[in-house]
Every structure is written in structure tokens, then in C-alpha cells.
Ligand binder design. Structure first.
Ligand code: SAM
Ligand code: SF4
Length: 447
């Protein structure tokens, strides 16, 4: 393995790049896609197409200062109850456009999906089960805030068929927790993991973060150790994306307490060392999995995928998003629902699909999407296999500094991301992003 040169490497860490949960990325969506176009795309899916469903719940009891998700704090019950009704109506509306019915993956995200309440979750689930074929459902996952977990919630989730729970752990130290406005001692996370296991929900993921205010490499290493002690099948390790120009709640974070780029890199690396030391396999640039977990198996077989939830085994033909701000993906393009809950509700009440923006995929987008996805999943691509007819001369020469820094190796038309380059995978993949110059500053740091 080649060594890396620290000076150029730290300058790479300072560049802003997307997380590539889609290509083209969401900042490139525009008003050319709306209800009519998305309706047409959905209707063109074949009756045999497998579907992945995503239900977005944009509410939390209170906002964490670091949060970059599409969510808002809600104190009263009525907006949430109204949202359950709107979601149910939207599910019916979308189903009326679709011939495809077979669902392989179902994911509840947010926000805090459990805020719908046990009755609300069951209502939405019954609506889905009444309109879709769930007999081949492989993965049914939900994002859970451990502060709002309870044995009765775990029982309800098991009853509606949830088989994977993702707990937001972030950081276990009291100093960091107070700086990010999210106090949840380790023992609370431990008890919540236990509740789901007792309810026989065995797929457990923990979200950890680095790059948060007051975090140190030693603290992040300790978080990784504690997370591993709970023996989750998967651990996600997200670098804090500080985008206060987009997220008002982040303006309350004291930027002076944020670790610098070198420190972020050190935190990411030490966490990876600790987790792999515990026997986890590194998956892509921000996930870790038990070698027996299907994510690890997919990574080994080269069948790992990337979607809006990050790394996944989901290979469905289309992703159908329900809820405000949710994104759908069809082979023809992406469509995003209105993010403002009032606008989303008005559209659904008027019997209109609430899609307000998106992007149709060109042939070039499809080729680049595949290159970026394979680079981020396999850390290695062969352009002769993925895009025989395009020379990508400019992209290859843009990658020369990464090769000089020992982060990648280029063999003719093959690109391999080397071990030290894994933390920079998004930046390396960005060389193939034809939209990037226009949207560069709208993203967060590369590491
Ligand atoms: C929807 S939340 C998880 C569920 C639940 N709301 C919770 O917080 O426990 C999804 C995850 O995104 C990550 N996240 C949130 N804001 C982030 C940011 N600004 N940068 C990086 N990751 C972030 C956190 O790790 C969080 O657990
Ligand atoms: S991190 Fe989770 S709980 Fe905190 S504000 Fe974001 S979505 Fe809500």
C-alpha cells in the first residue's frame, strides 16, 4: 500500500462534497418534475416491478442542535394526527397510479417516526398492507430515537412486522451531549436496544457521529467501543454536516467548538480502527457491519447499493416515497414531495400527487450514477465495463492529485480507492459529478 502525503490530504478534507445518496443529488432537482410527470413515471412501472417504500415523518419532540434532517419540533398532537390522515390518503393516491404492488423493502424515517404513536403507526401500516403485496417483504426498518423507545412501542413494531431498528446514539459523553442539545446516557441506549431484542426485533443498527462540537478522537474511540459492546449488527458513523446556512437549528452550535478537518479525519479513522478491532467489517465510507450481516455479505459480493438511507441491500426497481419532503426514484427520474407540510397536505387533499420537484435522468446521468455508486460501494471501478463509449479524460486527469497523494491507483481505465483514500471516497467520486461546479458550496465537508 502506498503512503499518503498529509499536507495535500488535509486540503482534500476541507472541500465540500455531497454524500451521494442519489445522483444527480437533491440540490439539482428542479420544478420540471411535478405531479403529472411523477404520476406518469409511476404508472409506467411494470406490474412485476419490485418496490421499496419509504415513509417520512417530519416531526420530533424537540430539535437536536446538529440535526440536518427534514423535521420540525411539534408539541401538540393534532398536527401529527392530521399527518397520519394525509399519509394514508397519499398512499391511496400513489397506489391508484401504480400497477406494481410487490414490496421488498419498507423504511420509516424522519424525524422521529414513532411520534405517530402506536395507533398512528398501525393505521399507516394497515393502509400499506391493504394496498401493497408485502408477502416478499425482506426488510422492514424504522429509525428510532432511544429517548422515546418503550417496551410497548417495541411490541407494536414487532407486530406490524418491523425487523430492523436504527437507534440514534450519536455520542455518549455528557459534555458533547450538552453541546448538541441531546442528553441520553449510554445506559438509556443500552436499555432501548434490549427492549427491541426482547420484542424479537434482531436487526439492530446504531448511528454514531464524529465532527460534533467538543468531540475528541479519544472520545469518539470510546463511543465506538461502547457501541460495539451492545453488539449491533450494524453501526453507521456519520461525519457531522455543518450547514447552518440551510439548517437554522445548527446556528446554535458554537462553531469554535467544532473539530477542524485534520481532527475530523483522525476521529473517523480511530472509530474505524476500534470497530474493525471488534470484528466489524468496514462497509463503504461510513458503515460497519457484522461479517454475517447481509450488508457485509453484499459488500463482499459486489451487490451493495446506495440510496437515500445510505448503504443498503435494497435492489428494488423503484423507490416510492410517502410524506412531506420524501423522494421517489423510478428508472425515469427522481421526484420529491413538497417539504412544507401545509403544501404537502393541500396537494393530497386536492387529490394531487404532492411531488413538486425532481429531475429526469439522461443517459449520461445513468452512466455517471452507476460509476459514483460503484466507486462508493466497491472502492474500485473499471470504466471499460461501466462506460465503454466515454473516455472521461477530464475526470481521470482531475483524479491525478489523489493518485499523487497515495489515495487512489489508476491502472489505465481502472480506478482503485486505496485504504487511506476511503475517507475521501465521496470527493474522489465527485470527479464524475457533471453538476458539481454549480452546487459545490451547498454541501458539507468531504470528511
Ligand atoms: C432521522 S435521525 C435518526 C432517528 C431519530 N430521529 C434519532 O435522532 O435518534 C437520522 C440520523 O442522521 C444523523 N444526522 C442527523 N443530522 C446530521 C448531520 N447534520 N450530519 C450528519 N449526520 C446527521 C444522526 O446520526 C441521526 O441518527
Ligand atoms: S437527530 Fe433525530 S431526534 Fe434529533 S432532531 Fe434530528 S431527526 Fe429529530
Amino acid at each position: 500500500m502506498q503512503g499518503e502525503r498529509p499536507s495535500s490530504v488535509s486540503s482534500f478534507a476541507a472541500v465540500n462534497v455531497p454524500r451521494y445518496t442519489s445522483y444527480p443529488t437533491a440540490p439539482n432537482f428542479n420544478g420540471s418534475v411535478g405531479a403529472a410527470r411523477y404520476g406518469d413515471w409511476v404508472a409506467r412501472l411494470s406490474p412485476d416491478a419490485t418496490l421499496s417504500l419509504y415513509v417520512h415523518v417530519p416531526f420530533c419532540a424537540e430539535l437536536c442542535l446538529y440535526c440536518g434532517c427534514n423535521t420540525k419540533a411539534v408539541r401538540r398532537r393534532d398536527p401529527v394526527d392530521r399527518y397520519v390522515k394525509t399519509l394514508s390518503a397519499e398512499i391511496g393516491l400513489v397506489a391508484s397510479h401504480l400497477k406494481a404492488r410487490r414490496v421488498s423493502h419498507l423504511h420509516w424515517g424522519g424525524g422521529t417516526p414513532s411520534i405517530l404513536g402506536e395507533a398512528g403507526l398501525q393505521t399507516v401500516m394497515e393502509r400499506i398492507a391493504g394496498l401493497f403485496d408485502l408477502s416478499a417483504l425482506r426488510e422492514h426498518a424504522i429509525e428510532i430515537d432511544p429517548r422515546h423507545a418503550s417496551p410497548s412501542l417495541a411490541t407494536v413494531l414487532a407486530r406490524i412486522g418491523v425487523n430492523r431498528v436504527s437507534l440514534g446514539a450519536q455520542d455518549f459523553s455528557p459534555e458533547v451531549q450538552s453541546a448538541i442539545g441531546r442528553v441520553q446516557p449510554f445506559d438509556l441506549v443500552r436499555r432501548s436496544a434490549q427492549m427491541f431484542r426482547e420484542a424479537r426485533i434482531h436487526g439492530l443498527n446504531l448511528d454514531l457521529m464524529y465532527g460534533l462540537p467538543r468531540q475528541t478522537a479519544a472520545g469518539v474511540a470510546r463511543n465506538a467501543d461502547l457501541a460495539a459492546s451492545l453488539q449491533p449488527e450494524r453501526i453507521a458513523l456519520f461525519g457531522y454536516a455543518h450547514v447552518p446556512w440551510m439548517k437554522k437549528n445548527q446556528r446554535l452550535i458554537d462553531a469554535a467548538q467544532l473539530p477542524g478537518h485534520q481532527e475530523r479525519l483522525a476521529q473517523a479513522r480511530v472509530a474505524a480502527t476500534v470497530l474493525t478491532g471488534h470484528g466489524y467489517r468496514a462497509i463503504g465510507f461510513d458503515h460497519f457491519a457484522d461479517p454475517r450481516d447481509e450488508l457485509a455479505i453484499a459488500a463482499q459480493r459486489g451487490t451493495l447499493r446506495r440510496n437515500f438511507q445510505g448503504y443498503t441491500t435494497d435492489r428494488a426497481c423503484a423507490l416510492i416515497g410517502f410524506g412531506a419532503s420524501s423522494i421517489g426514484k423510478t428508472p425515469f427520474g427522481y421526484a420529491q414531495n413538497a417539504a412544507d407540510i401545509a403544501g404537502y397536505t393541500r396537494a393530497v387533499q386536492a387529490g394531487r400527487l404532492p411531488a413538486v420537484k425532481g429531475i429526469a435522468l439522461s443517459d449520461d446521468d445513468i452512466v455517471r450514477a452507476r460509476i459514483i455508486e460503484r466507486l462508493l460501494c466497491d472502492f474500485s471501478i473499471d470504466l471499460d465495463q461501466l462506460a465503454r463509449d466515454q473516455d472521461f479524460r477530464e475526470e481521470l486527469s482531475a483524479l491525478a492529485p489523489f493518485a499523487d497523494a497515495g489515495l487512489i491507483r489508476i491502472d489505465g481505465r481502472r480506478i482503485h480507492i486505496l485504504e487511506p483514500g476511503r475517507s475521501f471516497a465521496r470527493l474522489i467520486a465527485a470527479a464524475f459529478d457533471a453538476y458539481l461546479p454549480a452546487s459545490l458550496t451547498r454541501h458539507s465537508a468531504a470528511v
